[in-house]
Design a protein around this ligand. Structure first.
Ligand SMILES: [Zn+2]
Length: 73
């Protein structure tokens, strides 16, 4: 499932436990270990790119706190 944080950026969340921490290397949830479907990741990528495209059109608002997902460890 996809959430949107207060700044409008999409966040991918686990279908099973609702947490937002994923092991992107393995495509699994950190919290409950459930597999993240490829469609969910693809959908999230589209939402993220739409968000970036929207923000790119607004001058002076390049830096949105919290908009970036945590870096891969
Ligand atoms: Zn989970």
């Amino acid at each position: 499932m996809i959430f949107h944080n207060p700044s409008g950026a999409p966040e991918l969340a686990c279908e099973q436990c609702g947490c937002r921490w994923f092991d992107r290397m393995h495509g699994t949830c950190y919290e409950c270990g459930s597999q993240v479907p490829a469609e969910a990741i693809a959908e999230f990528d589209r939402a993220l790119q739409a968000f970036w495209a929207k923000n790119a059109g607004q001058e002076g608002s390049a830096a949105v706190p919290g908009a970036k997902p945590p870096a891969d460890a």
